[in-house]
Write a protein that binds this ligand. Structure first.
Ligand SMILES: [Zn+2]
Length: 644
């Protein structure tokens, strides 16, 4: 076998606790990890992406008993829920670790024993205020309440004094080593504010950690003292080692350890940035390179939590939008590290403007024009002008900038840059007006060049978008007529002219649904259909009918008329010419799904000006419940065909 010469990259999410339903917070961490993992794969790294579930502890035991299940039966069910969600979100993890797997349990027991033998773990008695709900001893600075008890600052429940025999890890012995390590690795914790928090916490002195329980049965027991169960945090953190083969696939383990980045929520920073490196130092493992603490998604400015009942269910969004709009929104809206506020208004606005309008329109417009004017195949004909070259030069800069942002986990910045470029391509098309050039056979070379240049630009950005929107980018990739899998592209080897001359492109299908906020929130109950008034029918003569000129028109371009909810301005090809028409159909059809549609048009109607926009002709549509429904043809008909 050939020796692997690629750079290895190991990324993890926390393992999620099975006493929980998968919610937007879990989805967020995992989507970040997935996007970075996909980027690193495109950048030609050998990537390992680990996620999984934390299945031990008192809360799981309690929840299982309440449901009449064994803890493992409960975990099995929850694991299925997590895996289903990851599949629906297109999460491409390489391994899913469960802390109930024997390979994990044995690894943890082995490390525990190693630290015992070294003297880093010793037996003693622990007494402290303990929150059962959070399975954690309260820190000493939590004040006593009036009734002489302590309240857990995390969940607000009453804590209990617990005193028990237990094993301690000598965390206090690692204070200096930790501080030295932070000083040498000032970007170990990101963002920087979190690093400062950690340094300040460790500087105040560290107490030894109790790492076993005799009161909890559901967990990994100590082989030499089986009345003790290893405490969940000591158990869980070691998944990062066992999940890549520690003690069961040593070669794989050596390839990927230390981790390049542990992605976590900021609520588990101390465990990952203080306890975990100390455990690793004690067991003589190399330390991870980065612990990246991301922020929380808030709703109405408060943290989502099960107890507050304001948790956002990702399935509600997935069912309507599919995975990419959610992935895009979560990564675009805020920098990794800061808190964000999730509102349906904000979400739908982003989807409609960035995805349906900017990207969706570009794909539709461009590919429909290539199809209509060149039968789906274009080449680099015509001379290249400065404005054409600009698109190319901008792309070369874009690729570098986006690559840097991805490397820095600045996913929102990467997307900002890509969308600025998308708008630049849209502007290029708008300024060059290919639909006008198409009317003039003498300018066919120029038309071809413009469409070719825009196709190169679109082809170029697809691998840049792929880490964030794998499903849509694969669709666009296929529309562009690319044969090789998108995953095999090399991010830093991308070239503007990789779009090949005479590549056979396809007519695109709509990519992103345009969803109305009210429809989504179902504020409007079932719409009432107002029965039309009975009217005496006006009779026209056959001659009068014959005077009306109906034709098949093809919509070449469509955009919503600014400041209106329903009006769409279109360029409609009626065979002999392309005309501008306006119709009140935006509530039913998005501009990009209109492009390419064949409709019935009355062409000899007196031109009218609607909201300041001239309409030369009118589309026929059925009116149902206040909405216009366009008739469709069951066979392919050419634009300009007469309708009688
Ligand atoms: Zn608590």
């Amino acid at each position: 076998m050939e020796e692997n010469s690629k750079e290895s990259f190991y990324i993890t999410t926390p393992i999620y606790y099975v006493n929980d339903v998968p919610h937007i917070g879990h989805a967020y961490t995992t989507i970040i990890a997935d996007a970075i993992s996909r980027f690193k794969k495109l950048a030609d790294c050998d990537v390992f992406f680990l996620t999984g579930t934390d299945e031990h502890g008192q809360k799981v035991e309690k929840a299982a008993t309440e449901k009449g299940l064994t803890p493992l039966e409960l975990a099995d069910k929850v694991v299925v829920n997590f895996k289903k969600l990851w599949e629906a979100l297109h999460i491409s993890y390489d391994y899913f670790i469960r802390t109930t797997q024997p390979l994990h349990e044995k690894g943890v027991q082995k490390i525990f024993q190693k630290l015992m033998d070294k003297g880093d773990i010793y037996k003693g008695v622990y007494e402290g205020w303990y929150c059962i709900s959070d399975e954690t001893f309260l820190s000493d600075d939590v004040p006593l309440e009036e009734e002489g008890c302590k309240i857990c600052p995390d969940c607000g429940k009453k804590a209990h004094v617990v005193s028990e025999d237990c094993y301690f890890f000598k965390l206090s012995a690692y204070q200096k080593s930790l501080l030295d390590f932070y000083q040498k690795n000032p970007t170990f914790v990101r963002p920087q504010s979190r690093m400062n928090e950690v340094v300040s916490f460790v500087s105040q002195g560290l107490k030894d950690l109790s790492i076993t329980r005799t009161t909890v049965k559901w967990g990994i027991s100590l082989p030499r003292d089986p009345s003790h169960t290893i405490y969940v945090w000591f158990d869980a953190l070691h998944n990062y080692l066992t999940g890549i083969g520690y003690d069961w696939e040593p070669k794989h383990f050596r390839q990927f350890w230390p981790a390049n980045v542990h992605l976590i929520g900021k609520d588990i920073l101390r465990h990952h940035a203080v306890f975990w490196p100390a455990f690793l130092m004690a067991a003589e493992f190399a330390l991870p390179k980065i612990v990246f603490a991301h922020g929380w998604w808030l709703r109405d400015e408060t943290k989502m939590s099960k107890s507050k009942g304001n948790v956002l269910d990702p399935w509600a969004i997935l069912e309507t939008f599919g995975p990419d709009p959610l992935r895009y929104f979560l990564l675009r809206e805020i920098p990794v590290g800061l808190d964000g506020n999730f509102s349906h208004e904000g979400f739908i606005h982003r989807v409609n403007s960035d995805l349906a309008n900017d990207l969706g329109n570009l794909v539709q417009r461009l590919l429909v024009m290539i199809h209509n004017y060149f039968g789906g195949q274009i080449n680099n004909m015509g001379e290249e002008k400065d404005s054409d070259r600009r698109l190319h030069l901008e792309f070369d800069l874009l690729k570098e900038k986006v690559g840097q942002h991805y490397e820095e986990y600045a996913l929102n910045r990467a997307l900002e840059e890509i969308w600025a470029y998308i708008n630049s391509v849209n502007k290029y098309l708008a300024e060059n007006e290919p639909w006008k050039l198409a009317k003039d056979n003498a300018r066919r070379g120029r038309l071809g060049r413009i469409l070719y240049q825009a196709a190169c630009a679109l082809r170029g950005i697809i691998p840049l978008i792929f880490p964030v929107m794998p499903e849509s980018s694969q669709k666009i990739w296929k529309f562009l007529g690319e044969k090789a899998p998108l995953q095999e592209e090399n991010f830093f080897g991308l070239e503007f002219f990789h779009f090949k001359s005479d590549q056979k492109t396809q007519k695109p299908a709509p990519l992103f649904p345009r969803v109305n906020l009210k429809d989504f929130l179902k504020e409007e109950e079932s719409q009432e259909i107002i029965p039309s008034k009975e009217e005496t029918m006006d009779v026209i003569t056959f001659d009068e009918f014959k005077r009306m000129d109906f034709k098949v028109g093809e919509i070449m371009k469509a955009e919503q008329v600014e400041g209106t909810e329903k009006l769409v301005k279109m360029e409609v090809n009626i065979g002999t010419e392309t005309r501008q028409m306006v119709a009140g159909i935006a509530d039913k059809y998005s501009p990009e799904e209109l492009v390419g549609k064949k409709v019935i048009v009355i062409v000899n109607l007196k031109p009218a000006v609607i909201r300041g926009v001239e309409s030369r002709g009118m589309l026929l549509a059925a009116e149902v419940g206040g909405q216009a429904i366009l008739p469709i043809f069951t066979e392919d008909v050419p634009a300009g065909a007469k309708v009688r």
